[in-house]
Design a protein around this ligand. Structure first.
Ligand SMILES: C[S@@+](CC[C@H](N)C(=O)[O-])C[C@H]1O[C@@H](n2cnc3c(N)ncnc32)[C@H](O)[C@@H]1O
Length: 199
């Protein structure tokens, strides 16, 4: 894969992102001054789309991206190390590529990065301070449970906690983790799940 090609928009960035409509729903739903967190950014395809959605909508909503920049390692039905080539390309981290892509999309003011493990990063945020947290990090059961337990308290009443790959055949750990830890969560169109915090 050519990681060094020119990037002008999120469409030029490799990734698996398919929740643009959900981003548009969030942009229309939450007021200016809200804060969104994306956990699991890879090279920035989804978070740069979110930045573009908010910019196009004229919204003043800050975005924080959280990623170890070291990949998820082998996982999924084929036990594939999908992020490995990007990690190797950067000598053990793709943080530089992720940051460069955000810069090249013109989104440095809108998006702040925290290069960190998900659970450790959650400690930086006050309880009830986040409007929307979207989880797309490691997809095994224990990791998704840990992510949900770390981030659910950070979501404000009426806010959203959601995640990608809610698909039992490919990602049974995601579906089991969500149903065990957030029984009130539901499917959110095209392989996403969402929990709306009561209150
Ligand atoms: C599926 S990719 C994210 C794809 C991205 N949302 C997109 O659509 O372009 C998963 C990402 O989660 C990150 N990750 C895995 N475990 C993590 C953890 N414990 N904390 C933070 N990030 C993690 C990996 O480094 C990888 O970049």
């Amino acid at each position: 894969m050519n990681f060094d090609g020119p990037v002008h928009t999120w469409r030029d960035i490799p990734g698996w992102f398919q929740w643009r409509r959900h981003q548009e729903e969030a942009a229309a739903h939450f007021p200016d001054g809200s804060r969104f967190v994306e956990v699991g950014c890879y090279l920035g395809r989804s978070i740069c789309s979110l930045g573009e959605v908010l910019r196009t909508a004229g919204r003043d909503i800050r975005i924080v991206g959280v990623d170890t920049a070291r990949g998820s390692g082998p996982e999924g039905p084929g036990n594939t190390d999908a992020h490995g080539p990007a990690v190797d390309h950067g000598g053990g981290t793709f943080a530089g590529l992720l940051h460069r892509n955000i810069i090249d999309c013109g989104l440095t003011e809108a998006i702040q990065l925290v290069i960190s493990d998900s659970v450790a990063a959650a400690d930086f945020f006050a309880d009830g301070s986040l409007a929307w947290v979207h989880i797309d990090a490691r997809h095994d059961y224990d990791s998704v449970v840990a992510d949900i337990k770390a981030w659910a308290p950070k979501v404000m009443p009426g806010g959203w906690l959601s995640g990608d790959d809610y698909q039992a055949d490919w990602w049974p750990g995601v579906v089991s983790a969500v149903s065990d830890t957030l029984p009130a969560a539901g499917s959110w169109e095209s392989m996403q799940w969402r929990w709306i915090k009561p209150g």
